[in-house]
Design a protein around this ligand. Structure first.
Ligand code: SF4
Length: 271
């Protein structure tokens, strides 16, 4: 039995990798990563995933989109003519991560519902606060013939922070919530305010991509229409670009210092 860790480069998946080695032994653990273009995956995320793999004595197994070094989520969207697929999933997630993952599984550990794979178990970094994600992932892989485990939710833990083994989290966690792409196409206004302040190159490319595709990244508003407000938040009000803390508190604080502006709270209407 091999334990395949979905090794994203984030802190949670690193903890899963460590727990997996503790439980299964390093010779039975595969660290499966999808490398993402350095234009959007921060160099310190790349440092972190290599440092943890080196500590464990396991080489990372890469399952990458063929042109991964140059194809960013925005470029994938242009190539596909939209941000989202018909069932709502993002083109970037599917082409940069999901499809290479399924291809790797099919080539190395083929399975079907009728003939499940008994050789591997697939491990994710979801914790006990994410029951819906756990349910969705275990069901979707279960019907394809794969077993899943969620060590951070269900195992007795031996480690809670990689600093316990002398490895610092990626520096991106100081300002961003996840070790995801900067300029994430599934993120909301707070993330894009950070992109506006910290990654003006991605902001400009994202605005141009919205123009080319004709759809907005954030539901209901184009980045161009947020630019004046973001300019004021940054230059007049010195609002720190950060994804830390709750979005509701962030926007409540923004609205306190920009009372004359239309509310910047994300719209909660549903149609
Ligand atoms: S992290 Fe965001 S931008 Fe990157 S692939 Fe996933 S959804 Fe797309």
């Amino acid at each position: 039995m091999k334990a395949v860790v979905c090794y994203s480069g984030g802190h949670s998946s690193a903890l899963v990798a460590i727990e997996a080695v503790y439980k299964y032994g390093k010779e039975n653990v595969i660290l499966l990563n999808h490398d993402i273009s350095p234009e959007v995956e921060h160099e310190d995320v790349k440092r972190f995933k290599c440092a943890v793999a080196e500590y464990l004595g396991i080489e990372i197994t890469y399952a990458n989109y063929e042109e991964w070094e140059h194809i960013t989520p925005l470029k994938v969207s242009i190539k596909r003519g939209g941000f989202r697929m018909t069932h709502g999933a993002s083109h970037c997630t599917y082409y940069l991560k999901t499809e290479p993952f399924l291809k790797w599984l099919k080539e190395n550990y083929p399975a079907t519902f009728e003939n499940p794979c008994e050789d591997i178990v697939i491990l994710y970094g979801f914790d006990k606060n994410e029951p819906m994600r756990i349910q969705r992932r275990s069901q979707s892989l279960g019907v394809q013939g794969y077993k899943t485990e969620f060590p951070l939710a269900y195992w007795t833990r031996t480690i809670y922070d990689t600093k316990e083994i002398g490895i610092k989290k990626p520096t991106t966690y100081r300002l961003w919530k996840h070790a995801n792409c900067q300029g994430c196409l599934k993120a909301g206004r707070q993330h894009w305010y950070c992109a506006y302040c910290l990654r003006p190159d991605i902001w400009a490319e994202a605005k141009e991509t919205e123009r080319l595709i004709g759809y907005s990244i954030i539901k209901g508003v184009f980045l161009e229409d947020l630019e004046q407000q973001f300019h004021e938040m940054k230059h007049s009000k010195n609002i720190c670009p950060s994804e830390k803390g709750s979005s509701a508190i962030f926007w409540t604080n923004v609205n306190k210092v920009l009372p004359e502006q239309q509310s910047l709270m994300p719209c909660d209407c549903s149609f």
